[in-house]
Ligand binder design. Structure first.
Ligand SMILES: *Cc1c(COP(=O)(O)O)cnc(C)c1O
Length: 382
């Protein structure tokens, strides 16, 4: 269907979508499966959209291997609104209204600041300081404090962390298990995880997860829908102030249709889920993501020109920030990249430098083209 080769899009979000998904959405734009309607024109309670929404939920459950202990909801407001919706729903799990937050970057800091409006919030651990390890001083927010050093209050309603800090490029590759939570004296504290920028990038262990949330526009679909997965036994404790449309009890009971959900975004996210299933699910996509990340990090590791700041064990497979030796070269680097169809490589202003986001929908070919350019730029400017 597409005849023009599109540029490679390294944006952190909204970000690249799988081309077959965009093509299918284009084909179905005016007439979804003989209904004579665009998905945008359908009643959210009609049989057509009911099927679209139910299939999206079932496919997501299959991809993540979720059992019936969990409710899956498609909500609105992005991860930012969810930062408030979560404490409004979960703070009341215990009478103390306490929640503990791990700080590893910009997004977890924002989550914590928002939660403070709804209860007694404490920092369980923070990497917002330098860290001496392996004969090197790691800068603030480029590493994850080891789980053994987290302090979690046993009476906390939940423990929150961001498992992939999109801006700093800091990823957690495992979540605390039952033995680790027990060792922290917090065996009964459920984990609440902001997985916005790496959900669906690999299989994940949900055994200790109370809630996982993700704005779809990074790795799961278009902007407008937030994926929220919550253990059903945690539902039903919302604070009285919680808006009805954000109360998990309402949204889960009505299968994401308590009020009008973002129908088109759910439809496109559903196409992404089907694309992933067809590829072989999360084991298959993880293999591709490892290949892409190894190629890019492998290139940087042998280069004496570019600089990486993140502690190696926490280097994100999805978001790869890097620096040129001199910020004076940044503009020229970006201009040359853009001319070759390597787009949106500018880093976030709080970190500076460059950032390549290489989500599920970025093919290995795009990463190899980026490496060719990085190599050429080093040769001509090193
Ligand atoms: C993008 C992002 C957010 C904010 O998402 P919005 O949809 O803009 O609210 C929160 N957390 C993480 C990890 C993100 O990557």
């Amino acid at each position: 269907m597409t005849s023009v080769k599109r540029p490679w899009n390294f944006s952190a979000g909204p970000s690249v979508l799988p081309e077959p998904v965009l093509e299918q959405a284009a084909r179905e734009m005016l007439d979804w499966e003989g209904s004579g309607m665009s998905v945008m024109e359908m009643s959210h309670r009609g049989p057509e959209f009911t099927r679209i929404c139910d299939e999206a939920e079932a496919d997501l459950r299959q991809l993540l291997g979720l059992n019936d202990d969990f409710a899956v909801m498609f909500m609105q407001g992005g991860a930012t609104a969810e930062n408030a919706i979560i404490p409004m729903n979960l703070m009341g799990l215990r009478p103390e209204h306490k929640a503990d937050y791990v700080i590893t970057g910009s997004w977890s800091k924002k989550s914590r600041a928002e939660a403070e409006r709804y209860g007694d919030v404490a920092v369980a651990a923070s990497s917002d300081q330098v860290w001496q390890r392996d004969g090197h001083v790691w800068q603030p927010l480029t590493w994850v404090p080891p789980v053994e050093q987290w302090t979690v209050r046993p009476e906390a309603s939940y423990l929150h962390f961001c498992s992939n800090e999109t801006i700093g490029g800091v990823e957690m590759f495992s979540f605390p298990d039952q033995a680790q939570m027990k060792a922290l004296g917090a065996a009964d504290v459920p984990l609440v995880i902001d997985a916005s920028s790496h959900i669906l990038s690999r299989p994940m262990d949900f055994s200790n997860v109370g809630l996982m949330y993700a704005g779809a526009q990074k790795n799961a679909g278009p902007a407008g829908v937030t994926v929220v997965i919550v253990r059903k036994d945690l539902i039903g404790h919302a604070l009285p102030m919680c808006p009805a449309a954000f109360n998990y009890a309402n949204v889960a009971r009505e299968s994401s249709r308590f009020n009008t959900p973002p129908t088109y975004s759910i439809y496109v996210a559903g196409l992404v889920f089907k694309w992933l299933l067809k590829k072989g699910g999360l084991e298959a996509i993880e293999k591709e993501n490892i290949l892409k990340a190894n190629a890019l990090y492998g290139f940087f590791d042998q280069s004496s020109f570019y600089r990486l700041d993140v502690f190696p064990e926490n280097r994100s497979r999805m978001n790869v920030p890097f620096h040129l030796p001199d910020t004076q070269l940044d503009a020229e680097f970006l201009k040359g990249a853009q001319a070759l169809g390597l787009n949106q490589l500018k880093g976030h202003k709080s970190v500076g430098g460059m950032r390549a986001s290489i989500y599920n929908a970025m093919p290995l070919e795009g990463v190899m083209d980026l490496i060719d350019y990085l190599e050429w730029f080093e040769k001509t400017h090193g």
